[in-house]
Design a protein around this ligand. Sequence first.
Ligand code: NAP
Length: 474
Amino acid sequence: MDYTDLYINGGWRKTQERFDVINPATEEVLTSVASAGISDTDAALDAAEAAMADWAARTPRARSEVLRKAWELMTARLEDFARLITLENGKARADAMGEATYAAEFFRWFAEEAVRADGLITHAPSSGARIIVQHKPAGLAVLITPWNYPAAMGTRKIAPALAAGCGVVIKPASETPLTMLALMPLLEEAGVPPGLVNVLPSKRTGALVDHMLHDPRVRVVSFTGSTGVGRTLLKGAADQVLKPAMELGGNAPVIVFDDADMDVAIEGTMLAKMRNLGEACTAANRIYVHEKIAPEFTRRLTDAMSALKVGDGTDPSVDVGPLVNAATRDKVAEFVADAVAKGAKLECGGKIPAGKGYFYPPTVLSNVPETADCVQDEIFGPVAALQTFTNTEDVIRRANDTEYGLVAYVFSGDFKRGLQVCERLDYGMVGLNRGLVSDPAAPFGGTKQSGLGREGGHEGMLEFMETQYISASW
Ligand code: NAP
């Protein structure tokens, strides 16, 4: 591992305190990483402030070209990034390649968006003054990312921040700091000036982030992670009234109608459930299948889940790697035990294998009762929890009956009915006959306690910009 220190002002800084990064497939220490303290945050913010002055003054095209170069360089090195992602996170090679590709695409998309911060000029209806509206970089941004997508959750914030003209300090998840550190030499090569992007892994996360949120130079806090930590950060952001962008937890329902194309529904549900082995905020958490097709759907989904090969994600023949750590694996096992105790039927999986590594097998539960914990909370693992329904109104009510509102999936052969149901789901995103909605060109984000703001699409860059209106006469 070449990059294990703090990355500040374009250089590597050592610290006294370090912490270990574990390979979840072997439980062995991969390496240790420097742990940032409060004084390091001050150095990182100083560097970001100095670099931003020049960066924000560059033309949009100049910023765009640096981002475009970052996409080219990352695309040429997908294999290297995928390998590192697998080593520190555990996900199988195909998932890791998918993530690396997705992560790189944010640089391309925001290279294209950097030159499209459109404003407006119009006449005020009554006074006749000109209304001029423009967008300006919001200021320094603190970015906090989770372990489930060590590359993509970072680039989904870095790329729009840089496109907008902001400098950033990133606090990557302690389980998976290596990928973000490894991205830094690539950004240097692409032409990102020293200091504009700084990376601070730390074991003193709460105090470190809180200190940055109270620095008067910081104007944006962009967070992806659990709803609980999101609430804490929103409270911290209130003191300086920071712009918050919050990508939080999910509890995604999948609704499969009896007129759905069965092949499409199985493929889409597998993707929604097993992409990233279920460790995704977008993962199918509650799968509602029309009673008429439930026996066939359950059998086919069980066959597909049972056919997946579990093992060390660095082996290219493996479909499902280990979960990220023992706590995550044990929580998944508890969800299954709880559902079974409350009357669910175990169709396959459900047993932690012996030996090293935080593995959990692809598991299908049918007849999951509404009272099961996994109906209320994110499973965050490879467990498909099936329920049945007969009535459309009833399934819409059940799907909406959660504090979360990130993503839902609907499968129906009747496009009109499908769209009508999509519109009544209180979710920021809906997949209609698709198990994958994530796309750099689309606004990703949730309603209710799944978050605030959007990443990607045209909205993504605006999270890092302030709107200024000038009332002018001439
Ligand atoms: P997490 O525990 O909330 O941690 C996320 C990040 O927040 C990590 O960098 C963590 O640092 C940091 N953190 C923890 N406590 C903090 C505090 N008091 N103040 C400031 N930062 C703090 O979430 P996770 O377990 O890594 O990720 C899983 C969660 O993320 C799930 O709920 C999932 O749904 C959500 N997620 C949402 C999206 C989305 O786009 N909506 C995407 C991916 C994941 P340490 O690692 O050092 O603790």
